[in-house]
Design a binder for this molecule. Sequence first.
Ligand code: NAP
Length: 247
Amino acid sequence: MLLENQTAIVTGGSRGIGRAICVALAKEGANVVTCYAHGAKAAEETVSQCKEYGVQALAVQADIAKTEEVDHLFEEALKVTGSLEILVNNAGITKDGLLVRMTDEQFDQVIDTNLKGTFYCMRVASKHMMKKRYGRIVTVSSIVGLNGNAGQVNYAASKAGVIGMTKSLAKELGSRNVTVNAVAPGFITTDMTNALPDTVREQMAKEIPLARLGQPEDVAHAVAFLVSDAASYITGHVLNVDGGMAM
Ligand code: NAP
């Protein structure tokens, strides 16, 4: 039990990678608080999967693109044990389209959720972790934030921005014993990628040296490592979890 007596906030834990992260942290003994935008029932399923490991778990409806809802999420989370050791910024969306046809709304929605939402959560968490002189923050970026992708200028900008914020905050909080790292998943099988046309999925699969699509658990294992004591001398790092796709 690497994370016993710790409390983690994982944004967007109602499904996909977020759910797998919640369950992986619960398996290591962490209490888990997650949030969701719309999927209340799915989030409750995540909560019950976490509770199977004997930890406390809670799901809160909170749109991370709204700073007051992020404040509410942290208030609810702090009621669980009164402390916060881990933040995983996982919630994210796509609104794909070629740049010439991309609307202001498509661009803003993705930046507001993926980049500003991460900023709001990191700002609140940092205050608690600085006081405690302990913390583990992991952001979920993407290899698209490293390499770019046609049809995803908004998403790529948000995920590249997340990497810049991660490294900057790692420098700000290092002396307080708070590590800040990112994972950059490649092509992981979730609702987000299931929405892509088969031709795109097939093409992407051909570009993966490990010759398989990733599973949410592949990312969750990397996050569980980064928040553990085993990673206590790692900060400002971007860990690709992509089967070698972005080499
Ligand atoms: P997903 O299956 O679409 O799940 C997204 C999760 O985020 C859901 O729990 C959703 O909640 C939540 N969410 C979305 N907008 C939110 C908001 N404004 N406030 C609170 N929660 C919100 O996505 P996924 O594939 O698991 O992706 C998780 C993260 O990994 C994202 O940041 C994504 O960009 C990143 N990523 C994914 C891949 C991939 O291949 N799948 C690759 C690289 C990076 P509701 O269900 O309630 O809407």
